[in-house]
Structure formats: structure tokens, C-alpha cells
Write a new protein. Structure first.
Lengths: 157, 319
């Protein structure tokens, strides 16, 4: 992946995440675009790029939030590592299997973020039942979109 | 195998880095790093917000553009009509001057409008005078009539009593020393409107047999020395009870414009008296009031007709 492609992907995904969560959230729910893209990259390019992107996007999310600087970076980096590890065992490039991975990792992400809050801020950061139940499905809907983005980037840049 | 090893190294490095950031959030290196990240990432949100705002502003902007274009078309049409009105006005002015001369009367001098802003208002003399930012350099002369504009209608405000280089003092109609010849629109009687040092005016010397009603509009008389005729002064707020020892009646008058709300005023200056300084505001003609619109807006009075009186007034104006 060229540096240009990487920079474009990073900025475009960060903007998309910010824009969606700011202007397109339905009843306070918005998908974790960066988590879906981290999984997509780790599934196609391996765990190393997935971890790097996940960590940097996590820092972007941490910069927008007031507490626990580093928590999102840690969680997304682990999501990239987990996907990369699963890649060696199963075909995570397939849309259906990737949906399953995203679905499970969304819950894992929420749980891990909450636990980090419990450890470092003495309070469990609970995202709420609505987000906990709906966001995994919401994220699964984005999996085909992430695949399309990846294909488009590989062709154009 | 190598990839797995590298992955493990990256995992260990990023995990250690994350844990340091999480466990030492107030340490100087972490805070510095956070500041760097915020500095680098904030433009995404900042410029994103600006871009989204621009997109959101696009439909109202287009609508405004269309409305401005329509208004422009309307104003162009009005301007074409105004050219004819101007020609007609010039002809009538010339005819008027000729008739004055034929009757052996003194031809009144022509005046132009100058807009000025209120610079200062003395709190101790709130209803007495104001200072405006136009003076001798702008062609302001002593005793020049001063008007206020509100909702496109012109109101008499006072007269210039002191002219300085770049400013002038305007004695308000509400000052005790102010008076102006005026007539009541419906009763067709003339009187003298005098200030009382407060928010209201008093109209004296009204004939004792005249039927006066609350809400009547009061205009400057054609016999007024200072003010042009047919300029709105105010409306009758209350009819005073008749004094058996006086041969005239009086009414309380509510001024058309509150002195406290004045921000810009229009001063009439003799034609050709424009000084070296330019007017502070462009001169804009205001229509003569034909209804009680300004009062209706404040819910004060019912609509009244306008009667044009030509009866002579004997009252004296001025200080």
C-alpha cells in the first residue's frame, strides 16, 4: 500500500467517522466505521497494517473524546491483531465471515473499552443497551461498503 | 512466521504505549503527545464542520440569491417609475416657483437631506437634546429641522440649536423650550405642540369648540416656519379636561418616535450648503405617513384619515 493511499484512507475514514457520528446518528446510534475498516484492512492486508491503522484511528478517536486517552487506540489495535490472527485460521475476506467477525469484535470492543474505564478511571464505561444491541448489526451493514472502499483504493491509488 | 513475529512485536509495542498513555495521563510526555495528536487530528473535525456548514448554507444562500435577484428586478422597475416621478416633481416645483413669483410671495428655498448618527445623549437631559455627527462641514445650519425615520415613515424630531465643525446639537421636540405649529388630522384645527421635558408633548391653543378624540394624528402645519408641512409629530394620547378660565383646549401628545430609540436622524439643509465633509449616511427619501401604521405596530391606535389643513396658524415657534 502506497503512502498516498494510506494517507487518503486514514483521513477519509477519520472524516467519515466524525461526520457520521455527528450528523447521521439515529437515536444516538452511529456505526464504528473505523472498527469496520480496521477489520477490513487486517482481513485483506494482514495484522500489521490492521494494527497500525487501528492504533492511529484509535488515537484520532481519543483526540475527540475527553477521557481515557489511548483506550480507543488500544482497543482498535487489538481488533486488528485479532482479525489478523483469525485470518490464518479462516477466510475473513469473505463478506459473511467478516460480518461475523465485525459483529463479535464490536461487542469485544465495547467490553474492552468498558474494562479499560474500570481499570484506569474507576468506572465501567457502559455504552448503553441500545448501542450494545444495535451497533453490531449497524457495523455489519458497513462491511460490504468497506470491501468496496478497499477495492476502489487498490484500483485508483 | 516472520509476519507473526513482527505482529507480536508491534502488538507489544503498541500495547505498552497505550498502557503508558492510559496509566500516566497527566505526565508531561503523555500530555505533550496528546497535544500533538489533537493538533494533527483536530483539523479533520474543524474543517469537516466548516465544510458541512457551507453545504448546509447552500440552499438558504441560493434562496437568498433568488430573492435578491427578484428584488433587484422590482427595484429596477421602481427606478424607471421614479424617473417619471422625478420629472413630474421638477415640473411641479418649477410651476410652484412661478406661481409664488406671480403672487409676489417669497420663493421658499430648496433643501436636501443629510443623514447623521446620534453621537451622544445626556442621561440627565434625556428628552432635551442629542448630539449628532454632522456639523458645519457637512452643511448643517442653525434651526435646520431634524427628522427620525421608522418603518419607512418620517417623523419630526427637533431642530438644530448649535452647530459645530463636525457635530451639532439637536433640541428635541420634547424639550420644554420646543414648540411647533401643528394641526390635528381629523378635527382640522391648528395648535401649538410644546415639549414638557418628558416623554410626552402637549398641544395647546386648540379652539374650545373643537371636538377632540384620542388617537388623532398630529402633523406639522403648513404655517410652520421651521418644519415642512405634513410631517407626522405624534398622536393624541389624552384629551385634557376643559379649564373654564381658558379660552382654548389642550391635548397630551405621544410623539411618533421615542427619543430613546433614536439612532439616526435626517437633517434638512439648504440646497448647495453641502460642506467639504461627506454625509455620514446616504440620503434616502422616506414616504410621508398616510396611516397610523407606526402606532398600529405598537398597538396604540386605530387608523385615522389624513386631513390637509390650510388654515393659518398664529402660534409662534421656537425657543
Amino acid at each position: 500500500m502506497s503512502h498516498l493511499r494510506g494517507a487518503v484512507l486514514f483521513v477519509a475514514a477519520a472524516f467519515l467517522q466524525w461526520w457520521w457520528s455527528t450528523h447521521l446518528s439515529l437515536w444516538g446510534l452511529s456505526p464504528q466505521v473505523l472498527l469496520v475498516l480496521t477489520v477490513a484492512i487486517a482481513a485483506r492486508a494482514g495484522s500489521n497494517p490492521g494494527m497500525c491503522y487501528g492504533f492511529l484511528w484509535g488515537l484520532f478517536l481519543d483526540a475527540l473524546r475527553p477521557h481515557l486517552f489511548g483506550a480507543n487506540a488500544f482497543a482498535l489495535m487489538l481488533a486488528g491483531y485479532a482479525t489478523g490472527t483469525m485470518r490464518r485460521q479462516m477466510d475473513v475476506v469473505d463478506i459473511v465471515s467478516q460480518c461475523v467477525v465485525v459483529f463479535l469484535l464490536t461487542w469485544g470492543y465495547f467490553l474492552f473499552y468498558g474494562l479499560l474505564g474500570l481499570v484506569f478511571a474507576k468506572t465501567f464505561f457502559w455504552v448503553g443497551w441500545a448501542a450494545c444491541l444495535c451497533d453490531p448489526l449497524y457495523n455489519c451493514l458497513l462491511v460490504p461498503f468497506a470491501a468496496l472502499c478497499w477495492a476502489w483504493l487498490r484500483e485508483r491509488l | 512466521m516472520r509476519e507473526t513475529r513482527v505482529s507480536n512485536y508491534i502488538l507489544a509495542a503498541f500495547s505498552a504505549f497505550s498502557l503508558i498513555m492510559l496509566s500516566l495521563p497527566l505526565s508531561t510526555p503523555v500530555r505533550a503527545f496528546k497535544a500533538c495528536v489533537v493538533y494533527l487530528c483536530n483539523p479533520v473535525a474543524y474543517h469537516g464542520a466548516k465544510g458541512v456548514q457551507r453545504l448546509a448554507d447552500l440552499p438558504p444562500g441560493m434562496a437568498r440569491l433568488l430573492s435578491v435577484d427578484m428584488e433587484n428586478v422590482r427595484l429596477r422597475a421602481e427606478r424607471r417609475n421614479a424617473l417619471w416621478l422625478k420629472t413630474e416633481l421638477e415640473a411641479l416645483r418649477t410651476e410652484n416657483r412661478r406661481l409664488y413669483q406671480a403672487l409676489g410671495l417669497k420663493v421658499p428655498g430648496e433643501r436636501t437631506a443629510l443623514w447623521a448618527s446620534v453621537m451622544e445623549r445626556d442621561p440627565l437631559h434625556w428628552y432635551n437634546s442629542i448630539m449628532v455627527n454632522a456639523g458645519a462641514d457637512q452643511g448643517v445650519t442653525l434651526n435646520a429641522p431634524v427628522f427620525g425615520g421608522k418603518d419607512g415613515i418620517l417623523f419630526a424630531v427637533g431642530r438644530v440649536t448649535e452647530v459645530r465643525k463636525d457635530s451639532a446639537i439637536v433640541l428635541l421636540l420634547t424639550d420644554e423650550l420646543s414648540s411647533v405649529a401643528a394641526y390635528l388630522s381629523t378635527a382640522a384645527v391648528e395648535g401649538l405642540v410644546q415639549g414638557q421635558g418628558g416623554p410626552r408633548l402637549r398641544m395647546n391653543y386648540l379652539p374650545s369648540e373643537a371636538v377632540l378624540t384620542k388617537g388623532d394624528l398630529i402633523y406639522t402645519s403648513p404655517t410652520s416656519v421651521t418644519f415642512p408641512s405634513e410631517v407626522l409629530l405624534g398622536r393624541v394620547a389624552a384629551v385634557n379636561s376643559r379649564d373654564p378660565f381658558l379660552t382654548f383646549q389642550s391635548v397630551e401628545v405621544e410623539p411618533a418616535v421615542d427619543a430613546a430609540s433614536l439612532t439616526d436622524v435626517m437633517i434638512l439643509r439648504p440646497e448647495g450648503a453641502a460642506g467639504k465633509g461627506s454625509p455620514s449616511l446616504p440620503a434616502t427619501p422616506l414616504p410621508r405617513p398616510t396611516s397610523t401604521a407606526p402606532f398600529q405596530k405598537s398597538g396604540l391606535a386605530s387608523a385615522q384619515g389624513v386631513h390637509k389643513s390650510t388654515a393659518p396658524a398664529t402660534a409662534q415657534e421656537g425657543r
